[in-house]
Write a protein that binds this ligand. Sequence first.
Ligand code: CA
Length: 168
Amino acid sequence: MGGGVSMSIKTVLVIEDDPAISNFMTAILTGNDYKVLTADTGKLGISMCATWSPDVVILDLGLPDIDGIEVLQTIRGWSEIPILIVSARGNEVEKVSALDEGADDYITKPFGTSELLARIRTALRHSTKKDSENSQLINGELTIDFEKRQVEIAGEKIHLTPNEYKII
Ligand code: CA
């Protein structure tokens, strides 16, 4: 706290249906000053990703409603957000296809605290580079221009106060 360039809190969205793993990740991340959002289905994960624009997504490939790969493709349709895949041991084909579809990295279950944190730090470093080139987010009819701080819905400019802007 208190002036300075350093710590802005990063938000991690965990899309994972196994409560034990989800709770484990939430505990580690919260304890390391990340803000954590969780979704236990693919559809909820996609909508939370669109609503909250987290800094990193951790995505389990085995979800109850839709396939993790489909979640990945959907998010990649409108966002370059770093996506870290969680995959079961030995599932090489699955991992490779996730990387082909635009995942940034993967972590194999079971994993430990320091590995999880290291992968997230790496993913965040990559995204800082991308951010400078990518200052516009387009999601359906919603366009957010981060440089101009301008929001448009279906081509109509919406006027926001700085505080309202922060909320989106
Ligand atoms: Ca699962």
